[in-house]
Design a protein around this ligand. Structure first.
Ligand SMILES: [Fe+2]
Ligand SMILES: [Fe+2]
Length: 276
């Protein structure tokens, strides 16, 4: 297997401060915390795949790559905003965000290993389209390079979990259940994790008392900052990848193309601004 990139592959000396988009910087700070938090997911997935050392080894490698995404984005954010500390923001995020299924990891919250893998495909599909969109829109050259390398990792992660679905000995859940898993994972992406990450990444420690966490507001702010750089083709591609993971729906089929357009319309409609 090819050697994975390291932080030394990044051409940090090309950093161009006046090309930093301040709103994009807020989204990158939040993303760095979520990526770096992957060790919690690793522990959870190791529990789900207990007794399957091959999958556990893949999960460990995957988690290591996600942590590295967090490190690269965090280092870039510190360059772009020297007053910001990745370590400090992450420590506060870790303290403030504790999802219940990570506290009691005793099996899959999706009900089956295949369900868990479909959910992972949905997440990887979301991150691959996110970093592709970020790469396409970023004017700052170092961020563009980082987003490009992360996007290609996220596509590989999608492929990894997609291939693992095919080798599970268990019976596939029925189509309705698979659609349900994919849909609930998509809506969970808007849950507390992203909202908390946005809050702890962008509200300074000494401002916490006067600016308390409001899940609904910060979920909306995260969404708004992240959505700014998506274009229609990014969303349509993501929908086709999710459809492939669910099965039964060929990515080029009419229903998938229609769903892609519908999701994009919904996306545009939801992108109404709220006060920051
Ligand atoms: Fe990642
Ligand atoms: Fe990933």
């Amino acid at each position: 297997m090819a050697e994975h990139w390291t932080l030394d592959y990044i051409k940090w000396d090309r950093f161009t401060p006046d090309k930093v988009d301040p709103l994009m910087l807020k989204a990158v700070k939040a993303a760095s915390l979520v990526e770096y938090n992957a060790t919690d997911y690793v522990a959870y997935l190791k529990e789900v795949f207990k007794g399957d050392p091959k999958t556990i080894a893949e999960v460990e490698r995957w988690g290591w790559e996600e942590v590295q995404h967090g490190e690269a984005l965090g280092r870039w954010a510190e360059l772009a905003d020297p007053t910001w500390s990745f370590k400090d923001a992450f420590a506060r995020f870790k303290e403030g965000y504790k999802p219940s299924h990570f506290l009691n990891p005793n099996g899959s919250v999706r009900g089956s290993r295949i369900g868990e893998l479909i959910a992972r495909c949905v997440v990887e599909c979301g991150t691959s389209s996110y970093y592709t969109a970020l790469r396409d829109e970023a004017a700052e050259p170092v961020l563009k390079q980082i987003a490009h390398m992360i996007a290609s990792d996220e596509f590989k992660h999608y492929r990894l979990f997609y291939d693992l679905i095919g080798i599970q000995p268990e019976k596939r859940p029925n189509l309705l259940k698979r659609l349900y898993i994919a849909a609930t994972r998509v809506s969970e992406a808007e849950d507390d994790e992203l909202a908390s990450a946005f809050y702890y990444a962008n509200v300074a420690r000494d401002a916490e008392a006067t600016t308390p966490y409001d899940r609904k507001l910060y979920a909306k702010l995260y969404e708004q900052h992240a959505q700014r750089f998506y274009r229609q083709h990014h969303i349509e591609h993501a929908v086709a990848m999710i459809a492939k993971a669910v099965g039964e729906f060929p990515p080029e089929s009419r229903v998938v193309r229609w769903a892609g357009r519908a999701v994009w319309a919904l996306f545009v409609w939801r992108a109404k601004p709220v006060a920051a």
